[in-house]
Design a protein around this ligand. Structure first.
Ligand SMILES: [Zn+2]
Length: 104
């Protein structure tokens, strides 16, 4: 792998391997750097790669946040169900006592 640096400001623009030519415009100073290394065909534009990584992370954060909202909702519903269950048990006790108190 070869580092490709801006011929003007020396910013690291990408990395290359294999054969061919590469031209990269520096995002910092806007100067076009041409490299004709024998062993270049493919290069990774670091800025594009970083942008892609950031977008993936953003997507992941979005999904986790959405998931958390669902989980909080489920927990809240669970608490309500637990409360209702407790009330139902109390009500059953009262009904049972009343039932047993009624003479047949
Ligand atoms: Zn530059």
């Amino acid at each position: 792998m070869f580092d490709i640096r801006c011929s003007n400001c020396n910013k690291l623009l990408g990395r290359a391997e294999a054969q061919g030519q590469v031209e990269i415009k520096c995002p910092r100073c806007k100067k076009l750097t041409k490299e004709t290394l024998n062993i270049i065909t493919e290069y990774t534009n670091l800025d594009k790669e970083n942008e892609r990584i950031r977008q993936e992370i953003e997507k992941e954060m979005y999904y986790v946040t959405e998931d958390n909202i669902e989980l909080e909702k489920a927990i809240s519903e669970g608490r309500q169900a637990e409360k209702k269950l407790q009330e139902n048990r109390e009500q059953l006790k009262v009904l049972m006592t009343t039932y047993l108190g009624v003479e047949a």
